[in-house]
Design a protein around this ligand. Structure first.
Ligand SMILES: [Zn+2]
Length: 307
């Protein structure tokens, strides 16, 4: 790798097997990093045991290998990082970026976002249920790798949990701490996570103040895949898992969904049927400016459109 090359990552949760939407995000993050001779990391986000599926982490890694992905270094498992998250939480508390909250979701579910009830201290005779991150209230904007300028006003968003009422670490905290510690410089993921980005940028800045400055990564959000009825493909909606036996055909499908050029050299590689060769070619041919920004509807992958 060239000194100063980008560091990207793919960070699935082991709540089920990879589906076409996960493959799309994996291909985009891989190509975005590798096309600039950067590193590509894999991280397993296993912080929610009740939602996890036994064997899914191994299955995901074997599937990635079968699709020709090669990652740098060891796979990081978030379940091995509890001490580090506790340390980051303490640093955020020390800086006044986190506060205890007594509210249950029921109390504010009629509102568009958590209203900040406990921002200035717990209400009388109420006990802490969880810890929340205090958003800056600033406008956050970034030049998205695929969508152009994105802009969110964090003043209209709700402070989000960092330590959940059930005692589990919240996704937001773990993601930001890991991306910082792993030196990630570009976060490429599905557009379903775009609402998380401004808050994560806020948290990144807060941790930079508390634990040492690191530049905020670049962000790129790829289109989500939907069924014809508009349901997002996800493990929760029982999207059909991808099979290694179909690797070349599915990489070809994802390549075209990502708006990439169906050139002769690409077609020849698809016919050759060697996923590893396809992925290294993909990194060389990658054109981020061709990635579409609207959700993509397709048939045959969701629970509601197959027999
Ligand atoms: Zn509260």
């Amino acid at each position: 790798m060239l000194a100063g090359g980008p560091i990207g990552r793919f960070a699935p949760s082991p709540t089920g097997r990879l589906h076409l939407g996960s493959l799309l995000a994996a291909v985009a993050s891989y190509c975005q990093a590798r096309s600039k001779l950067g590193k590509w990391l894999v991280r397993i986000e296993d912080l929610d045991p009740p939602r996890e599926m036994p064997g899914a982490a191994d299955d995901i890694l074997r599937t990635l290998e079968g699709f020709g992905f090669q990652w740098d270094g060891e796979v990081l498992f978030q379940s091995s990082r509890h001490d580090r998250y506790a340390e980051a939480l303490a640093a955020l508390k020390q800086g006044g970026h986190v506060y205890p909250c007594a509210c249950s979701r029921k109390e504010w579910s009629h509102l568009p976002a958590y209203p900040g009830t406990c921002r200035n201290g717990l209400p009388a005779r109420r006990e802490r249920k969880l810890d929340r991150f205090r958003l800056s209230g600033r406008l956050q904007s970034w030049p998205d790798c695929f969508r152009g300028e994105e802009r969110f006003d964090t003043a209209t968003m709700g402070d989000f949990p960092v330590l959940r009422a059930d005692g589990y670490w919240a996704y937001q905290l773990a993601v930001v701490v890991d991306d910082r510690d792993q030196g990630v410089t570009e976060v490429v993921r599905g557009a379903d996570l775009i609402d998380s980005t401004p808050g994560q940028m806020d948290m990144w800045s807060a941790l930079s103040t508390q634990e040492g400055a690191k530049p905020i990564p670049e962000y790129g959000h790829v289109p989500i895949l939907q069924t014809l009825s508009g349901q997002k493909l996800s493990k929760q909606t029982l999207a059909r898992p991808i099979q290694v036996e179909e690797a070349s055909a599915l990489l070809d499908q994802v390549w075209r969904l990502l708006g990439q050029s169906d050139s002769e050299v690409w077609k020849e590689a698809v016919n050759r049927g060697d996923p590893q060769h396809l992925m290294s070619l993909a990194a060389r041919l990658w054109m981020p400016e061709r990635v579409p920004s609207n959700p993509i509807q397709l048939q045959g992958w969701g629970q509601d459109d197959r027999l």
